[in-house]
Design a protein around this ligand. Sequence first.
Ligand code: CTP
Length: 395
Amino acid sequence: MLSGRHVVLGVSGGIASYKACILARRLAEAGADVQVVLTAAAAEFVGPVTFEALTGKRPLTSLWEPGSALAHVDLARDADLVILAPATAHLLARAAQGLADDLLTALLLARSGPVLCAPAMNDRMFAHPATQENLRLLARRGWRFVGPATGPLAEGESDQPGRMSEPEEIFAWAERQLRSGGQLTGRRVVVTAGPTREALDPVRVLTNRSSGRMGYALAAAAFSRGADVLLISGPTQLPPPYGVETRRIETTRDLERAVAAAVREAHVLMMAAAPADFAPARRHAAKRPRADGAHTLTLEATPDVLAGTRSRRRKGCVCVGFALETGDGIHRAREKLEAKALHMVVLNHADQAGAGPEVETNRATLVTREGTEALPLLPKREVAERIWNTVESLL
Ligand code: CTP
């Protein structure tokens, strides 16, 4: 997803330097061309060979290496993004002052393009007015920041910010910075995900096998394309995607309320949730003992959340529904396009290996008014990217 993009990863010397290895690897895996630049202190924490093995490129460490006299100027000009992770208090102070006493600070002084900075330091050093003033100054100059987070520091537990954000979070913001600019950038996107849970009594519930993975992948992919994403999620085991506002719901009725409130502002409504179609007509106040023997449950149909948004949708809102069918579902998917006034139905084939609710991959067919596109078996994140490609063409 980042192929052809040039990234400079500047690493300064703190205990979080080792986490920069994970970030370097994520960027390289995503296809970016990663040039690591180490300060002298960073090279004490993590050897350049480690970064070379992860990125396939020798890290630069000094202004004085033969053959790299103008490296700082070239890299400052050519990089699509400069990431600083970790950025120590000392590095921030030098950058704020415009010092250029090593390769990394010289590069920053020559840089006019985007810089994404992940500070990491002792919590009191972070709170110090000198550091805070440097951060404000750098933010005014256009730098973007991720973190710092709160959590354990090398010196022990802390409830104050100082710890570097996790590499995966820095990666998510870097990816967004590098991929923004398309149709989704700046648009409000509402994604629903996961199952719903309908209570029979205080303990037992009626639910389904949806894991939420497809919806979470869609939310993360939309965030990486620069969208302003609201994820409305039923109960899942998944961590909320970075940068995405996540609202938890339990029942189909809850989902209906949350979607109704959000859809007025939405440029895109992506209904990947698998809400229960039926809920118990009556919720028992107490747990029914087994000794009471067999009993009959009466179920009532829940509202069709997606169809119910029709009168509330923002003008021009692109609406996508999902359908899980066995056999040839294309005909049924087309009926749903009409019945629910949708722009696209993502048809999942319930009876095919590698597709469906509990696996990491999916095999989907995108059904629009213009035609159908059968996707091969792909990881859910890849399926999400294909879905957004089609949505962007419809916006
Ligand atoms: N959906 C919804 N409200 C429901 C059930 C489903 O909004 N109570 C949405 C799902 O999020 C999904 C699409 O509708 O986007 C699923 O449609 P489908 O699988 O066809 O479910 P139904 O419309 O209930 O149709 P069927 O009779 O085939 O079950």
